[in-house]
Design a protein around this ligand. Structure first.
Ligand code: ATP
Length: 373
């Protein structure tokens, strides 16, 4: 298990700055995800870790050893890509053994290590097959065995599951986590799939413009985003702007809760992960996830866990909106509603109606009454 430390890394391609002084630390044995919009620098960062790119500025450390200028084959990283690139003319076992032959490992040891790697991905009975005689998921397992067999110091995965169908992706993502943990491998994983990251990551980072916007556990990133880009990138959300009326500390979690006056009424929200409390009167943006609402006849109200901090008796005045259902999409486990607000409450009655997304689990109630309030 190694730690990875990336210190102010800058990588340019001509006029394009792909990495802009990026800083990141990954703990030993961590399964760490890189996410972000297309072109944000994920692949460039992964390739810099592998040694395929030399950065213009900054340094990379594996534990205490600086590897910034070390050739790829000397870094001993295991890599797996979207296109698993198995040799079609070689058997599964020969494909897995390839990297060991290159490293001049004795034949007897190669046989033992190949068998071990194939066993770890449950492919030992397929050793003599050719890749084209395997399913996509099985080929992906062989590619994983090939990355593991060299006993890498860390594993670098670039969209490893994007060629698989939805069911296989689900199966393989659990499998990848199992293998990483079994081998105690520090793993950096690039994906476009937010659910893949949320479901198996120990921690993740959201990148934009060659920088890290936020790094943290899946829960921190999803529930406590520090900016609109992160909040919007990692899941569905609606934004509401308002002014801070008061600040409080949640007795259970110790987190800071802000009361915010918006044109649609008063809301309470927890601050993003380690963020400085705003000043009273400061304009802030609330991010409200569609699954945080509870629908009841004629109102949508944030669920109790989302308003646990405020005193009893104020529930009707806070985190609560009146409106009607403007549309509904049935998605099986949830229904997605367009909730059209009636407009502002209290001092801001003239606020324009706003459409917010609301998810209902086990949908039963408003599905057919698309305009029933
Ligand atoms: P995607 O999600 O689309 O794969 P990404 O986050 O992996 O994107 P990168 O591939 O790292 O993004 O690219 C970052 C920026 O650097 C982009 O603007 C890209 O066009 C540019 N870039 C990447 N590789 C090269 C290259 N070899 N030559 C020139 N520009 C490059």
């Amino acid at each position: 298990m190694i730690s990875i430390r990336i210190d102010k890394l800058t990588k340019r391609f001509g006029a394009v700055t792909a990495l802009a002084g990026l800083e990141l630390e990954i703990a030993p044995g961590e399964l760490f995800f890189l996410l972000g919009p297309s072109g944000c620098g994920k692949t460039t960062l992964l390739r810099s870790l592998a040694g395929f790119y030399t950065p213009e500025e900054g340094r990379i450390f594996f534990d205490a050893e600086e590897v910034t200028s070390l050739a790829p084959h000397k870094r001993n990283t295991g890599m797996m890509f979207q296109s698993y690139a198995l040799w079609p003319h070689m058997s599964v076992a020969e494909n897995v053994a390839f990297g060991l032959h290159e490293r001049k490992i004795p034949k007897a040891e190669i046989a033992v290590r190949v068998a071990e790697a194939l066993r770890s991905v449950h492919m030992e009975t397929y050793a003599d097959r050719r890749p084209q005689q395997l399913s996509g998921g099985q080929q992906q397992r062989v590619a994983l065995a090939r990355a593991l067999v060299i006993r890498p110091r860390c594993l670098l995965l670039d969209e490893p599951l994007s060629n698989l169908d939805a069911k296989l992706r689900l199966e393989m993502r659990t499998e990848i986590r199992r293998v990483c943990k079994e081998f105690k491998l520090t793993t950096v994983y690039v994906t476009h799939d937010q659910k893949e990251a949320l479901s198996i990551a120990d921690r993740m980072a959201i990148l934009d413009g060659g920088r890290i916007l936020q790094a943290g556990s899946p829960r921190q990133i999803y529930k406590r985003p520090t900016c609109k880009t992160v909040a919007g990138f990692i899941g569905e959300t609606d934004f509401l702007e308002g002014q801070v009326l008061g600040l409080d500390t949640d007795a259970t979690s110790g987190e800071t809760v802000a009361t915010v006056e918006t044109p649609l009424g008063r809301f309470e929200g927890v601050l993003g992960a380690p963020e400085k409390p705003p000043a009273l009167g400061q304009t802030v943006t609330l991010s409200i996830r569609p699954e945080c609402w509870n629908l009841s006849e004629a109102t949508a109200r944030l669920s109790s866990s989302e308003k646990s901090a405020h005193p009893a008796g104020r529930a009707d005045k806070i985190n609560s909106l009146r409106g009607r259902i403007g549309g509904c999409v049935y998605l099986g486990e949830v229904a997605q509603y367009d909730f059209v607000t009636e407009g502002g409450r209290g001092g801001s009655r003239n606020a324009l109606p706003t459409t917010l997304k609301v998810f209902e689990k086990n949908p039963r109630r408003f599905i057919d009454g698309s305009d029933s309030g």
